[in-house]
Write a new protein. Structure first.
Length: 255
């Protein structure tokens, strides 16, 4: 052992964190890699439409984040808008960071996280990871097909359980959500198909969904939501979008 070697106890005490302040609120994130730290430091510029949408929430609303990653937006909504949040993130590394972030911000039951996927029907399948690194995305549940309907060669496939939004609500696991964020890298239409009963309620007031303009299933999903009384507003692609045709759509229920 050299003078620069760390003991195991010293290594365990090294817990890198990043604290940011925005609009009078302070958030503390676990940042185990440069990539995660960059995600945290740019969270208010990556997707400005998401931050603007969250600002519309009322205190006491229920927010459900499907594909929460490390919890950037779930934490911000919970802290800044005083909402009750539920986050779903099946990827092992990201879920671990998400839980640590909930602890770091003393959110307790105000933000509850589940390590499961969501789809159009409940059951076990594989969750395919395109890369096994902290804070990464572009993983997919079920078929080995990406957001552009192209085959992928995962570095590893986790065993994973999926539920549906309707099942979560009907079982009382979560209250009926007022706001839904869905970013699951290609199976958004399946998540919506598993939420048909929930979406019928006028209490479900808005959604933010990532879509690919070149995928017909995604466009048909937006048409379906419009038929339920939601008005769609498209946002430009994020600086992190994998291809230019991938972007967010905010849907608000019209009075």
């Amino acid at each position: 052992m050299t003078d620069t070697d760390l003991t195991l106890a010293e290594y365990e005490r090294m817990i890198p964190t990043c604290q940011i302040e925005h609009n009078g609120h302070t958030l503390k994130f676990y940042t185990p890699s440069e990539h995660v730290k960059a995600l945290v430091e740019t969270m208010f510029v990556q997707e400005p439409e998401t931050i603007e949408w969250i600002a519309e929430f009322d205190a006491g609303d229920v927010f459900v984040d499907i594909g929460a990653n490390i919890g950037l937006y779930a934490l911000w909504a919970t802290i800044s808008q005083d909402v009750q949040s539920f986050a779903f993130e099946p990827e092992a590394l990201n879920y671990s960071i998400l839980i640590r972030n909930i602890l770091n911000n003393n959110l307790g039951d105000r933000l509850v996280a589940y390590p499961v996927a969501t789809s159009d029907q409940p059951g076990f399948d594989k969750f395919h990871l395109t890369v096994f690194e902290h804070g990464e995305s572009c993983h997919v549940f079920g078929e080995k097909i990406d957001y552009n309907k192209q085959p992928i060669d995962p570095v590893i496939s986790q065993g994973c359980y999926a539920t549906t939004i309707d099942e979560l609500v009907a079982s009382g696991t979560i209250p009926l959500p007022n706001h839904l964020k869905i970013d699951v890298d290609g199976i958004e239409p399946k998540v919506i198909a598993g939420a048909k009963q929930t979406l019928q309620s006028p209490d479900c007031r808005s959604l933010l969904i990532e879509i690919n303009d070149t995928v017909m299933e995604d466009l048909e999903m937006i048409y379906y939501l419009q038929s339920l009384g939601f008005k769609a507003t498209s946002a430009p692609p994020s600086v992190l979008a994998p291809i230019p045709s991938v972007h967010n759509v905010v849907l608000r229920r019209e009075d």
